[in-house]
Design a binder for this molecule. Sequence first.
Ligand SMILES: CCCCCCCC/C=C\CCCCCCCC(=O)N[C@@H](COP(=O)(O)O)[C@H](O)/C=C/CCCCCCCCCCCCC
Length: 214
Amino acid sequence: MGDLESDFNLRVVLVSFKQCLNEKEEVLLDHYLTGWRGLVRFLNSLGAIFSFISKDVVTKVQILERLRSSPQQEHYLSLQSMVAYEVGHQLVDLQRRSRYPDSGCRTLLRLHRALRWLQLFLEGLRTSPEDASTAVLCTDSYNASLAAYHPWVIRQAVTMAFCTLPTRKVFLEAMNVGSPEQAVEMLGEALPFIEHVYSVSQKLYTEHALLDLP
Ligand SMILES: CCCCCCCC/C=C\CCCCCCCC(=O)N[C@@H](COP(=O)(O)O)[C@H](O)/C=C/CCCCCCCCCCCCC
């Protein structure tokens, strides 16, 4: 795995997700995107075999960044204001992808589903024994989250890429927060931040019947 600078670590990235939520439990898109840009840096450090995943995340982050700097930017301050604006102005299509392929709601939904994968995978790393296989942890968390939304060809490519993953110990060290034991402790403190953001977003998408946006 490539080196990340010494002041950049997974705790910093997970804290960005804590900062997403304001006192009204609105998900602030600028912090959400900061969190995702940090995750992309970790993903890139895993090697070129994961670049097809990282490119997809970067494309989605860029779509949302463009909306955040567009003339409609104030509607894209939070997930809540984005959903209200796009649903209220019929800028999402529940039947076809082609009409609004770059809507904020469908784009963020893909990242939202991936956040669930991340939550499950990091929880697996945190609670598993020292000799646990990261390929198995990754496959299990993928099958319990994103796999349901991916066609066969992507599921095959992803499952092959998982076989190249480093060991659990290497993963924990790559988080750049100290020893594997300190990384496990950090995950225990910081994982609730992404769980909270995930559950607030999931509730909002459910309330607006947007969970299956094509
Ligand atoms: C010390 C490191 C700690 C771990 C940090 C890992 C950070 C990785 C963060 C996120 C990775 C997952 C991102 C997945 C985004 C997938 C979004 C998606 O579903 N896109 C598909 C649908 O998009 P549309 O076509 O509807 O626009 C798209 O078709 C898929 C493209 C590529 C395949 C995505 C596979 C996802 C696999 C998830 C596991 C990642 C494994 C990383 C290894 C740890």
